[in-house]
Design a protein around this ligand. Structure first.
Ligand SMILES: [Fe+2]
Length: 291
C-alpha cells in the first residue's frame, strides 16, 4: 500500500546503489531514505528496485544534475527525466544545490560556486520557478560547501538565501556539515550563519562527513573538503544540536557517497542524529542565548 506522503520522523540515510538491493530485500527500520535520481535514471535495474521500495518508505529525491545556477539555462530534458521518476516514487521532498554544474551541455563533476549578487538572484529566481514548474512540486535549495568566494559578491550567502526565499517563497535544505566546513574554509562563524537563515523556510537538514586536506594557497592551514566519505565530525554534532534548537526537529539525512561503509554504519549515524536531536529538543536554552 502506498504511503500517504507523510513527513518522516527521525533521521534517515542517503540510499546509494551498493545498499539498494539489501534495503529492498531486508526493509530495515529506517524512517526514510534520500536518493539521487541521477544514480538510478541510467540504471534500469536500480530503477526497478527503487520502484519496489517506494511504497514502503517516505523518500526524498535529491538532484545533483539540475543546475539552477547555470547561465546557459535549465536542461529541460533532464528536468523531464527527473519529473518522470518523481511522479513514479512520489517523494515527500525534492531538492538540489545552490550551485551550477553544467555549461553548454557539458555536465561537470562538481557543484561550482556562484557570485552572490542581484544578477544571480534574478537568474536563480527565474530558474527556480522553471524547475518547480517542470517538476510539478516545490524544490528545496541546499547551501553549498564553499572553498572560495567571488570578489564581486555584494551579499553574504545567508543574505542571498534569505532574499531568494523572500522573492520565490522557496524552502531550504540546510546542510549542517556544509555550514561548518564552509565556515572553517571561508572564515565565518557557523553558529551566526544558522542564526541568519530564515528558520521558517528550513524543510530538511543534511549531515555528512568531510576530510581535512592541505591548502596549497595557505601553507600550514587545512581546507575541509566535502568528501561524504567518513563519519560526521564531533563539532558538527554540536552544530546540529544548535540547528535543531533553532529550527525545530526537521527531517534529516546522513549523506555518505564515497568509501561507502556497511549499511549498519549509516544506521548508526542516523541513530546518533536522533539522539542528538532528542537531547537538543530537551535543552531549554539555545546556545545563542548563552553566548
Ligand atoms: Fe548535502
Amino acid at each position: 500500500m502506498r504511503l500517504n506522503r507523510r513527513m518522516p520522523d527521525g533521521a534517515g540515510v542517503g540510499l546509494r546503489l551498493p545498499h539498494l538491493a539489501e534495503v529492498v530485500a531486508t526493509r530495515p527500520s529506517i524512517p526514510w531514505f534520500e536518493i539521487h535520481p541521477e544514480n538510478v535514471l541510467a540504471n534500469p535495474h536500480a530503477t526497478e528496485l527503487l520502484l519496489e521500495l517506494a511504497p514502503h518508505y517516505p523518500l526524498s529525491v535529491h538532484t545533483v544534475g539540475i543546475s539552477i545556477g547555470s547561465v546557459g539555462g535549465i536542461d529541460r530534458a533532464h528536468v523531464k527525466r527527473v519529473r518522470a521518476l518523481v511522479d513514479a516514487v512520489d517523494p515527500v521532498l525534492v531538492s538540489g544545490h545552490l550551485a551550477w554544474s553544467t555549461h553548454e551541455g557539458a555536465y561537470l563533476n562538481d557543484l561550482l560556486p556562484l557570485p552572490y549578487d542581484e544578477e544571480t538572484l534574478q537568474l536563480l529566481t527565474r530558474h527556480l520557478e522553471e524547475v518547480q514548474e517542470g517538476l510539478g512540486r516545490p524544490y528545496l535549495v541546499e547551501n553549498p560547501s564553499s572553498y572560495l568566494g567571488f570578489g564581486s559578491s555584494t551579499m553574504t550567502e545567508v543574505q542571498f538565501l534569505g532574499e531568494l526565499v523572500r522573492r520565490t517563497g522557496c524552502q531550504l535544505l540546510c546542510d549542517v556539515s556544509n555550514v561548518f566546513l564552509s565556515g572553517h574554509n571561508m572564515g565565518y562563524d557557523p553558529y551566526r550563519y544558522l542564526d541568519g537563515l530564515p528558520a521558517g523556510a528550513i524543510a530538511e537538514l543534511h549531515l555528512g562527513g568531510f576530510t581535512p586536506e592541505a591548502d596549497e594557497a595557505t601553507p600550514g592551514a587545512d581546507l575541509l573538503v566535502d568528501t561524504h566519505a567518513t563519519v560526521v565530525a564531533e563539532p558538527v554534532w554540536d552544530l546540529y544540536a544548535y540547528a535543531v534548537r533553532r529550527f525545530g526537529p526537521k527531517p534529516t539525512i546522513i549523506e555518505w557517497d564515497n568509501d561507502i561503509p556497511p549499511f549498519a554504519t549509516l544506521r548508526g549515524q542516523a541513530a546518533r542524529a536522533d539522539q542528538v536531536a532528542a537531547g537538543a529538543a530537551a535543552t531549554e536554552r539555545p546556545r545563542a542565548a548563552a553566548r
